[in-house]
Write a protein that binds this ligand. Sequence first.
Ligand SMILES: Nc1nc2c(c(=O)[nH]1)N[C@H]1C(S)=C(S)[C@@H](COP(=O)(O)O)O[C@H]1N2
Ligand SMILES: [Mo]
Length: 314
Amino acid sequence: MPIKPSKITPEKIYKKRRTFIAAGLGILALPIIDKGYAMLNTQQDGTDQPFPPIESMPEAADTVLKPTPLETITSYNNYYEFGYGKDDPGEADKTLITSPWSVEIGGPGADNPGIYDIAEIKGEHAIENHIHRFRCVEAWSMVIPWNGIKLADIIRSAQPNSKAKFVRFTTLNDPQQMPNAGWPGGPYVEGLTIEEAMNPLTMMATGIYDKPLEQQNGAPLRLVVPWKYGFKYIKSIVKIELVEHMPHGTWWKQNDREYGFYANVNPRFDHPRWSQATERVIGERGRKPTLLFNGYADQVAHMYPDPDNRLYFY
Ligand SMILES: Nc1nc2c(c(=O)[nH]1)N[C@H]1C(S)=C(S)[C@@H](COP(=O)(O)O)O[C@H]1N2
Ligand SMILES: [Mo]
């Protein structure tokens, strides 16, 4: 096992270095710098145990979710187009023009493609309220009271044909409106299978706490997939395409060893550089156990035939 940097570096320097790295690049972008990762599917304590059996997983017992305060949701963010630090997106000038805002809905799988303004999209579909757990791949979490439209409604309006096997989403990438639009991962792209996209849990969020989404949270329209890691929740969407082939998402493209297509939350499969067994609840003390499919296994597990296959869980 490689020695953890914390074991060989005085803690102060180590902490400083972490802050520097986190501020300079963002934790997701670390792989080239930090080689202190554990082997895939082994425990982070260095014991090399196989991952625990599925029966031993904690259950989603906390049915009453306590929403994270809005100030926290809007001030601790990942939105690299607005900077790599967690504070950067919230502190950035409000340069994103979210009205008017065009969303192109099309691709070879859509028989009824079109370009719509966000106001039309909001006007045509029912807005629902859903409080969901939100789990970032970096092992922190919040609870978000979303307002939004079922992605299934939007897809049905586009009249999907037999070529609609996947959905590909693209974020705006405009240096005039986004101070860090030139980052290597841009334009941000994400994807879902058509089955995942049609699942009733999958939403296009337009608001949080009954207020329009703020710029830092991906205004005016962003994806919400509660059983997946946060990097799938692509922000400020300008294009939704129904396509035949699996979309190559931004993080998968950046680092295919650490980030894949499915990215379903699973405490049994560690990230190569940290454990996914528990999560740090932002704004609270301590950690809590991470739940299989982030607590939504009943609604989504049927889409993934093999719960022991890492393919589905990174
Ligand atoms: N366009 C775009 N979408 C993005 C990101 C990003 O950097 N750019 N970061 C992702 C990551 S890693 C996470 S955890 C969530 C964070 O969403 P939040 O800031 O609303 O909590 O947005 C996701 N969507
Ligand atoms: Mo994330």
